[in-house]
Write a protein that binds this ligand. Structure first.
Ligand SMILES: Cc1cc2nc3c(=O)[nH]c(=O)nc-3n(C[C@H](O)[C@H](O)[C@H](O)COP(=O)(O)O)c2cc1C
Length: 227
């Protein structure tokens, strides 16, 4: 660890952490308490035997639209892989449901470390609806669900996985869509999604918004418009 106390005042004083000197748990705490808020993928999978599984994953985001790609970070679990990891490996498919505030408690129930034969959707009293193109169903009350086919499964550490999936179908609750049905807009307030924050139990709601106009490059250059 080194300090930067000797630097000029305009440079904020920092403390340095050498991640190679730290345990995985310490690295997790520092990273997960700062890389936030994180969207939550409420992931439904099925085992090779057809047992439904649901669990939240906040190491989640979209990584492109052509092709439409999402990814999940699945940590190692001592003893046996997480059910989500085993099921994605076995079936090559997963469904990402998004989590509104109204379903936060149900989502939390499904993070319980239940044995593989337990269906957490039943445990949390959730109804499911069959998907169109993949074996796992979607959560009936989730405002948005993405049916995904696994495209890449990368081992990023011992037993730690990055699962990349292509979205084949999306289901949006009609009540969160507004405007021209041919070119619908998503009503963020109606979605009322939650995000994962620091520590084991902190969440945020997506209600505190502000706008920034994008700068235009006067020299005639182009700016990317879709990211
Ligand atoms: C909001 C939330 C987000 C989570 N995000 C992740 C994550 O990104 N990666 C991970 O490995 N575990 C994450 N977990 C923990 C898993 O949900 C937990 O280990 C669960 O038991 C895994 O279930 P499974 O074995 O059915 O896949 C998260 C838990 C919560 C409550």
């Amino acid at each position: 660890m080194t300090d930067t106390a000797a630097l000029p005042a305009r440079v904020c004083a920092t403390r340095h952490f050498d991640f190679s000197d730290m345990s995985a748990e310490e690295r997790y705490r520092l990273m997960a308490s700062t890389i936030m808020p994180r969207p939550i993928a409420w992931v439904v999978t099925v085992s090779a035997d057809g047992v439904v599984n649901a669990a939240p994953y906040s190491f989640f985001n979209m990584f492109g639209a052509d092709r439409p790609v999402v990814a999940l970070g699945i940590l190692a679990r001592p003893g046996r892989p997480k059910d989500t990891a085993a099921n994605i490996r076995a079936t090559g498919a997963f469904v990402v449901n998004l989590v509104p505030f109204a379903l936060a408690e149900a989502m939390n129930q499904t993070c319980v470390d239940a044995p593989p034969e337990v269906d957490e959707t039943a445990l949390a009293g959730l109804e499911t609806v069959p998907s169109l193109a993949v074996p796992p169903p979607r959560i009936a009350t989730a405002p948005v669900a993405f049916e995904c086919r696994l495209t890449h499964l990368l081992e990023t550490g011992p037993g730690q996985l990055l699962a990349v999936g292509e979205v084949l179908h999306a289901h949006y609750a009609r009540r969160v869509l507004t405007g021209d049905p041919e070119r619908p807009r998503v009503d963020a307030a109606a979605l009322d999604l939650v995000g994962r924050m620091h520590g084991a139990s902190a969440y945020t709601r997506t209600r505190d918004l502000f706008d920034l106009d994008r700068p235009l490059w006067e020299g005639g250059g182009t700016i990317p418009s879709k990211e």
